[in-house]
Design a protein around this ligand. Structure first.
Ligand SMILES: Cc1cc2nc3c(=O)[nH]c(=O)nc-3n(C[C@H](O)[C@H](O)[C@H](O)COP(=O)(O)OP(=O)(O)OC[C@H]3O[C@@H](n4cnc5c(N)ncnc54)[C@H](O)[C@@H]3O)c2cc1C
Length: 599
């Protein structure tokens, strides 16, 4: 079983050089988060990730959670690890200092969170869902609700959950049917069943604060009739102490493909008269509130994709450097399989894509920081437009790729990847959920196409493509032949992306089905090209260090990784662009096929 070593060097490079962090720490309120402090935080987080969380990853997968009565017991060592996590203050890293958080930039919290996902994705789901509850209450709750719940959530003393999904309401939440009936005492009585609730019940914390979507009796049908409620497992007394057990319980947990250490609960509300719930914000605006939080939730799942990809890569690289099999063409002596050209191709594919996805996820976080803190309203608005465009790509692309990367990880291990004891199979099983929850890839692709490209007439998408083309021109103007050729490749890829975007802008309003048929390849095309753009920028930064006589091997590797990506992955943009632009033909052939899908 390979260890997990947080990729601190690459994280520092992305943070300090590519973003760069100095731009973010110039924003009001972030002045204290200098390079030294961030470097110390990354080192400490890396120790906790590698030393405490990673060793529990495989045992947690094997043991799973146990549901008995109303209680759920997590695997051995998880509760203790959570207590350590909370006591060390990791939960509050990016949270508001007003409620006990440390107020660090989102981009710094992103690097740290990647480590938790890479070390132990199933464990990290609890803090991840708690972060969603914190955001919901902070942005939409009353002052009293913020004071009552946030300090204990931010400290990790309590955990949070998000209860959206019902048996008939998954991708389409407009049909949520859980009920909320006003009670004379001023709160609401909640009844209904929620399914697939991550950490809906567990033994980490003394209380669990459920955020629940439900409908009031007089609510209009559809998306405009859903409200958001706080439903604590234990009611909280005015003095902050825990009161009576609320009428909510876990009635079962799912048996899943992966993330076995994360309990996925079926939650029953109101079997004994109604769970007491407290309305968040205004009635009927629950789904709208969920949408305002969606950027961070979707970003968090995209980051899971990056973390699990890194873990799968490290395991594969470590195995490939030990396993000896066959003669390596053109080499004498006994060499491990990493020297076979095809194994090397797989490892470089995993590595280069993971580094590109990391850069993209951190860039999106930096834009989130800029959008919330920059003093100039125009800069904030532009940053927000960039965040809105990038989020479905970070979520949809990085999670889809994580499945492919983890699958390659198995391939590198050969038969030992298909059996469980190397851990490679677990990474694949764990990664597989990421393109499904928090909006499937289709939902991300539809969002990218409809809300993020067509709605603003392509303005932000064109602005991004323009920036990519500028880098392509800069590379093409280089006297270095390798960079010149990379510039040509990036220019062609950017042009392919541009063609796809222009086609969608033209066709989607006239023929929505044809546009939507191209939504997935469009999302993928964006992902492939954006990662190329950021790896290209990284190569330029690395080349500057080498030109200044740096002997740090990291920089040469950075150029090598980018060059591989440009040769082997980036040309996929042309094919993906073509798939987008064949939307009308695809719809016609699919319509023909629908007649005999089961024939
Ligand atoms: C392990 C796990 C943990 C989860 N955690 C939580 C949680 O904590 N809280 C919570 O509320 N939910 C949670 N979920 C639920 C999860 O968010 C949903 O499963 C997900 O949103 C998909 O919904 P669905 O399962 O109903 O699939 P469906 O919506 O039935 O989708 C089935 C297929 O149809 C496609 N499809 C549906 N609509 C469209 C469309 N408009 N355009 C194109 N294709 C479409 C989908 O992409 C998918 O391929 C979790 C699920 C799992 C498995």
């Amino acid at each position: 079983m390979a260890d997990y070593n947080a990729p601190v060097r690459d994280m520092q490079f992305v943070l300090n050089e590519l973003i760069p962090l100095s731009d973010i720490t110039a924003l009001p309120g972030y002045e204290d988060a200098g390079e030294d402090l961030v470097s110390a935080i990354l080192d400490e987080a890396a120790k906790f990730a590698g030393g405490v969380l990673a060793p529990l990853n495989w045992t947690g997968d094997q043991e799973g959670c146990v549901h008995a009565g109303d209680a759920v017991t997590t695997p051995k060592g998880f509760k203790e690890a959570y207590t350590q996590y909370a006591e060390a203050g990791w939960m509050g890293l990016g949270c508001n200092p007003e409620y006990g958080g440390q107020g660090l930039p989102t981009v710094v919290a992103t690097a740290v969170n990647e480590m938790w996902h890479g070390a132990n994705m199933a464990f990290m789901l609890c803090p991840m869902l708690t972060a969603g509850a914190i955001e919901a209450i902070e942005h939409h709750g009353s002052e009293e609700q913020r004071a009552m719940y946030l300090p204990n959530l931010v400290s990790g003393t309590w955990a949070g959950t998000m209860n959206l999904t019902e048996p008939n309401a998954g991708s389409d939440l407009s049909v949520v049917s859980a009920k909320a009936v006003p009670d004379p005492s001023g709160h609401y009585k909640i009844t209904g069943t929620k399914i697939f609730i991550t950490y809906g019940e567990h033994d980490f914390t003394e209380n669990i604060i459920h955020l629940v979507l439900a409908r009031l009796p007089d609510a209009p049908a559809g998306v405009k009739g859903i409200s958001l409620f706080i439903v604590p497992k234990f009611l909280v007394n005015a003095d902050g102490s825990l009161g009576a057990r609320n009428d909510v319980k876990c009635i079962s947990i799912e048996h899943k493909l992966g993330i076995h250490a994360s309990p996925t609960a079926v939650m029953s509300y109101g079997e004994n008269g109604g769970a007491i719930g407290f309305l968040v914000g205004e009635a009927n605006r629950g789904l709208e509130y969920m949408f305002t939080m969606m950027n961070s939730a979707r970003h968090a799942v995209g980051l899971e994709g990056v973390g699990i990809s890194e873990r799968a890569y490290q395991a594969a690289a470590s195995y490939a450097l030990q396993r000896v099999q066959g003669k390596i063409p053109g080499k004498s002596g006994t060499l491990p399989i990493a020297h076979h050209p095809d194994v090397s191709r797989m490892l470089m594919t995993m590595r280069s894509q993971t580094q590109g996805m990391r850069a993209l996820a951190y860039l999106a976080s930096a834009e989130i920081d800029r959008a919330s803190r920059h003093p100039d309203a125009q800069v904030r608005a532009r940053a927000q437009a960039r965040v809105d465009l990038l989020i479905p790509i970070v979520k949809g692309f990085s999670t889809e790729q994580s499945v492919e990367i983890a699958s390659l990880g198995i391939q590198v291990h050969g038969g030992m990847g298909y059996v469980e004891e190397t851990g490679a199979a677990q990474h694949f099983r764990d990664a597989r959920i990421t393109p499904i929850y928090e909006g499937t890839t289709a939902i991300q692709a539809n969002d990218l196409l409809g809300r993020k490209i067509v709605r603003d007439g392509g303005e932000e998408a064109r602005r991004l493509i323009q920036e990519i083309q500028e880098l392509a021109s800069q590379l093409q103007a280089s006297s270095d032949m390798q960079f010149k050729s990379m510039g040509a490749t990036l220019g062609t890829a950017a042009l392919s992306l541009e063609r796809a975007v222009e086609w969608v802008l033209d066709v989607q309003p006239k023929h929505p089905a044809a546009g939507l048929a191209g939504a997935y390849p469009l999302l993928k095309c964006f992902g492939v090209v954006c990662c190329g753009w950021l790896l290209g920028k990284s190569a330029v930064l690395a080349a500057n260090h080498i030109a200044n006589n740096s002997s740090d091997a990291f920089y040469a590797q950075k150029i090598g990784v980018a060059a591989f990506y440009f040769q082997h992955i980036l040309p996929q943009a042309a094919g993906l662009s073509q798939s987008v632009r064949l939307g009308e033909e695809v719809v016609a052939s699919m319509a023909a096929g629908l007649n005999d899908l089961l024939a």
